[in-house]
Design a protein around this ligand. Sequence first.
Ligand code: ZN
Ligand code: FE
Length: 255
Amino acid sequence: MPAEIRLFMIGSDNYGVLLHDPATGATASIDAGEAAPIAAELEAAGWRLTDILVTHHHGDHVAGVEALKARYGARVTAPAHDRDRVPGVDATVREGDAVAVGTLKGAVIETPGHTLGHVAYHFAGEKLLFSGDTLFALGCGRLFEGTPAQMWNSLSKLAALPGDTKVYCGHEYTLSNARFALRYDGANPALVARAAEVERMRAENRFTVPSTIAEERATNPFLRAGDPAVAAAIGLPGASPADVFAALREAKNRG
Ligand code: ZN
Ligand code: FE
């Protein structure tokens, strides 16, 4: 039986995601920024929380962990690097480790950059990626702890996943990301079309998540740092993709 997903907002722009295995009834919350909206979503679905898969230690991703664990007895899986910065950790994971939600099988991809311990969870059989604050729709996370080279490497790993992988990210930042992307890749027809669609969707307050790896490869400027047009647009023709990526991230930080 295929996995079921519920996607909802937590606060103004954090995404909540529940991953449910109908074969066993197991249900995971990817991160847990706030307990109440996650519990409400579980109740609405009639699902019982068995797992919390943490991508990184930031409060908007873990502040609800303890309350949910107390209420449901859910098992908390977190990056080994963040063992002391995530509450209630039961299991720690590293690159390539397996995770299971009932019969659904996932693998851990270490993606340092936004934070040093950040991980993504890839469920290959379900074609699902939970990318946290590493890869956003049309964007990427800020570099709070890691270097641009680390983040470029992390994003490159995610970009190499199969194109039909659905990408569930941690925040709805897509409109601002789309407007930024057009400044450096405005001659890319796939981006122009996607940006227009994002403008329409956000005007109707619709979710722009999930996207796919193929869409991100074609339109996300941070994944297109190796494209000569993007390098030229940021004023670094001929530079390495990692250097172009660093310059793009700097430009995005400035607004
Ligand atoms: Zn974060
Ligand atoms: Fe976040």
